[in-house]
Design a protein. Structure first.
Length: 449
């Protein structure tokens, strides 16, 4: 798995610190909000209008406008310190996006909304159009020195700002533009280098600068590789997608093109996810095909049956039967321990897993889907072929493969969880992203539709 793990939960535990994303018109911050120098120029926010020049606040505003509107595919404008017609037009476009009065003037309300939109990925109801790429975007410096971890300078601010403009923000949460080349900046540089097929050394040299300047200045992004040839998208959710108890807007998820979801129901013998009912019912009501899933723990011997009983009771209480239109089969999450150790389940056996599978299949008259990975089955369950008849949801985050490797005995897979860092409209934290191995008609058949 390289630098990522199979564990669903641990990689998402940081989710609580991330902001809401997606289509959020009229989400302007109140005028009394503290002014923020998102781009690192100045926190002074005087009222600005066409004709304003020579004020660092103009450069800050232009840079923030670029960060705020590029997620909606607007080509960045020049951050040159001159409030001309192009800047006024972009202010008006932003005001429409944010549900503000449209006058082209940067007053307190527009500044407050701009601070929020520039620091967090939002999208407008309508997309922008491509225009001429600009060379001056962030306004810090035109110098292009070689930079690496440990550097602290305006050139680092330029890199951080351009990384935010170059990397698709719904998978790469924006960096703080503080001029400190730390581990987060280095990791983002490496992600850019992977995306651009460059040597991934975390150093911003001439080739990396060239790609960074190119992508940041155009109506384009470096996006994380999405498996080609699988057009049907899905996601997996649990409590980690509810930072601070925030709900998921399942209608927004569905509107973004997502067609299926697996929702955490239970873990082991004593955990029921707090958002099981809301997410299972909400996703189904929004039109998604939905599965509840159980995280198997082998922390004591012969608990598969008891774990199954808990899962069955929990999902039945939500109205899930496995037979309604929209009900995908239940999912059995069979992987390494989720305690940070990466160990095989201490008492996990093929026989105990089969007890869970058989009991749940009998309860819902559906063959469960198994969420797992070939390397786990090889290392922890002796490369068993005992699960060959079950549909598979396989986790593999490597960018170098075109499909996940199949466990011994299996001939195909149903779902591929290909990333742990997808950010979907309506979900306030990163989620794992999936694709379905089949057509829409095949997904509908699996979901009783």
């Amino acid at each position: 798995m390289g630098r990522r793990t199979l564990l669903r939960g641990l990689t998402l535990a940081v989710a609580a610190v991330l902001p809401m994303v997606g289509s959020m018109a009229a989400q302007a911050a109140p005028a009394a909000a503290t002014a923020v120098a998102v781009c690192g120029h100045t926190s002074a926010q005087p009222t600005l209008r066409q004709g304003s020049t020579g004020d660092p606040a103009v450069i800050e505003a232009q840079c923030q406008l670029d960060l705020a509107t590029k997620p909606s595919r607007y080509t960045p404008i020049a951050a040159d310190g001159t409030f001309g017609p192009a800047t006024e037009t972009r202010v008006k476009e932003f005001q429409r996006c944010a549900g503000l009065g449209v006058d082209g003037v940067l007053g307190p309300q527009t500044w407050a909304a701009l601070n929020t939109w520039a620091a967090e990925p939002h999208t407008c109801a309508t997309q922008g159009t491509s225009s001429t790429a600009q060379a001056t975007l962030c306004g810090h410096t035109d110098a292009r020195p070689t930079l690496k971890k440990g550097a602290k300078s305006d050139e680092v601010k330029e890199v951080q700002c351009r990384l935010n403009l170059a990397m698709e923000p719904f998978h790469y949460p924006p960096l703080t533009i503080d001029g400190d080349f730390g581990g987060g900046t280095e990791s983002r540089v490496i992600e850019l280098q992977h995306c651009a097929n460059l040597s991934a050394d975390g150093t911003v040299g001439p080739n990396t600068w060239a790609k960074l300047v190119d992508w940041s200045s155009r109506n384009a992004y470096c996006t994380p590789p999405r498996p080609a040839g699988y057009p049907i998208d899905g996601l997996d959710t649990a409590k980690y997608q509810h930072p601070g108890g925030a709900p998921i807007d399942w209608k927004a998820v569905r509107a973004s093109g997502v067609e299926f979801a697996t929702v955490k129901a239970t873990r082991g013998l004593n955990v029921t996810d707090a958002f099981l009912t809301a997410d299972l019912q909400g996703a189904r009501a929004a039109g998604l095909a939905v599965s509840p899933y159980h995280f198997y723990t082998g922390t004591a011997a012969d608990t598969g049956g008891a774990q199954a009983d808990r899962f069955i009771a929990a999902v039945r209480a939500t109205g899930y039967t496995g037979q309604r239109a929209g009900d995908l089969p239940p999912v059995f999450d069979l992987e390494r321990m989720d305690d940070g150790s990466g160990r095989c389940p201490t008492f996990g056996t093929v026989g105990d897993a089969k007890v869970w599978l058989d009991r749940v299949e009998a309860a819902f008259d559906r063959t469960p889907i198994i969420y797992t990975q070939k390397s786990f089955l090889d290392a922890c369950l002796g490369s068993t072929t005992a699960f060959a008849r079950y549909p598979l949801q396989l986790a593999d985050y490597r960018q170098s493969i075109t499909q996940p490797p199949l466990p011994n005995g299996s001939t195909t897979w149903a779902m591929w969880q290909y990333t742990d860092a997808a950010i979907f409209p309506g979900v306030q934290a990163p989620a794992t992203g999936d694709v379905f191995n089949g057509t829409k008609a095949e997904l509908d058949r699996l979901a009783n539709r």
